[in-house]
Design a binder for this molecule. Structure first.
Ligand SMILES: [Mn+2]
Length: 221
């Protein structure tokens, strides 16, 4: 066989071999679209990414938080959302949390091999926040992020609670968020998103010593 046709043949063979055959794990990613009468959202997530993001939700403060989340969790994230912002930001913020959670759930599959637990404490100037997660399939949110100010710019600070609830519910995870100190609500919320990112990065990472699900029950799905 001439040299050039051998190469051609090898390239075709390579393309026809699936991830499973090569014993290389399939990329952990998900593309989710969701449309309701209140919002329309298209989201792409790659868990083992590099932190790149392209976020357009129509809520600039949420865009800023999700960019930070992607960057510090090394997730590749695209979000395109249009919602009924003429009502207020609530539906859009909550629904982006729902769709992001669904994307994690789908990308994690049966959750075999993941570390499951993660925790991080992150400062931003005077603000100090912790996030502790167990991506176990059991849902719980403990939200101890008391923010005295009603708004950061136009953004209502209570919406962070709704976002975290939606994310925990749809991912299927136990999420504890604690505020240790803080004055500026922008700093507090940003520290919380960064802590969440680092905790979820740890918990979703593959632990080479685990075979199957890291549970005495034998399943996390
Ligand atoms: Mn900021």
């Amino acid at each position: 066989m001439p040299e050039h046709s051998k190469q051609h043949h090898a390239a075709n063979a390579e393309n026809s071999i699936s991830h499973e055959d090569r014993n290389v794990p399939a990329p952990r990613r998900a593309e989710i679209s969701r449309q309701t009468r209140e919002t329309e959202i298209a989201l792409g997530l790659r868990i083992d990414g590099s932190g790149q993001s392209q976020i357009r939700t129509g809520v600039p403060f949420l865009d800023h938080m999700l960019q930070s989340f992607a960057r510090h969790g090394f997730f590749d994230l695209t979000v395109e959302a249009s919602g009924d912002l003429h009502v207020d930001d609530h539906h859009t913020v909550e629904d982006v949390g729902i769709v992001l959670g669904r994307a994690f759930r789908q990308a994690l599959g049966d959750r075999s091999g993941i570390r499951r637990f993660g925790q991080a404490t992150v400062p931003l100037d005077e603000a100090l926040c912790s996030a502790i997660v167990d991506i176990s399939g059991r849902v719980y949110l403990s939200y101890q992020l008391e923010i005295r100010q009603e708004r950061v710019g136009n953004f209502q600070t209570v919406l962070v609670h709704d976002f975290m609830k939606a994310l925990a519910d749809e991912t299927g995870m136990n999420l504890h968020i604690n505020l240790h100190s803080g004055r500026n609500p922008h700093h507090i919320i940003e520290a919380a998103f960064k802590a969440l990112a680092r905790a979820m990065d740890q918990a979703t990472a593959i632990e080479p010593r685990v075979s199957g699900a890291l549970s005495t029950k034998g399943t996390l799905a």
